[in-house]
Design a protein around this ligand. Structure first.
Ligand SMILES: [Fe+2]
Length: 196
């Protein structure tokens, strides 16, 4: 994986500024931590057991992805010199956290459960989950476009592919949930709370 001599390279700019863009995916609204927290909390109000289990599976997998992204970030930044840090947007972060991984968005705002939607309505939550997976895919594609280090691009491609699989599986979950509804309740009310 990346070492000091194999740092994240940003096309046309200092290597450390891209760190901010990666951090958005670490502790930001479309990051792996937000995805994991979203699914692991939504799972309880899913009436269908298969859908509830699917949310547990994907939420756990997203935690594993958090570890992958965290390892990339740490390996890219752990050996930066004070001069490199001072010349980059990473300097402010360094004052508070040195090169440790602290989950913040690119804006510098610490990770916040406000990013996590739990509406308690299966149809609403699954629609959000599908959108979240597409947003994560788009973000990974943007990161890949701005990176030319193959040791960084390869795991990002893998993570991007998993977002596509998750999007498809949430589509399956939506169909399963709709199949459980009767003709009187097709998007009309909340199947987790309204009984009829
Ligand atoms: Fe995902």
């Amino acid at each position: 994986m990346a070492t000091r001599s194999h740092k994240l390279k940003e096309k046309g700019g200092p290597s450390t500024s891209l760190y901010y863009k990666h951090k958005r995916h670490f502790g930001g609204p479309d990051g792996e931590l937000a995805a994991s927290m979203r699914y692991l909390h939504q799972r309880f109000s899913m009436p269908n057991k298969k859908v509830s289990s699917l949310l547990t599976d994907i939420g756990t997998e997203e935690l594993a992805h958090l570890e992958i992204v965290g390892a990339i970030l740490y390996q890219l930044t752990r050996d930066l010199s004070p001069e490199e840090i001072l010349a980059s947007p990473y300097a402010n972060y360094f004052v508070d956290h040195t090169t440790g991984n602290y989950p913040v968005a690119a804006s510098g705002v610490p990770f916040d459960m406000k990013y996590v939607g739990v509406k308690g309505d299966p149809l609403t939550d699954l629609a959000e989950d599908q959108a979240a997976e597409q947003k994560a895919r788009t973000t990974y594609e943007n990161l890949i476009r701005l990176t030319d280090d193959p040791d960084v691009i390869d795991p990002l491609r893998y993570l991007r592919e998993r977002e596509i699989v998750h999007f498809q599986r949430f589509g399956d979950a939506m169909r399963i949930t709709q199949d459980d509804l009767d003709s009187k309740n097709f998007y009309a009310f909340n199947p987790a709370y309204d009984k009829k």
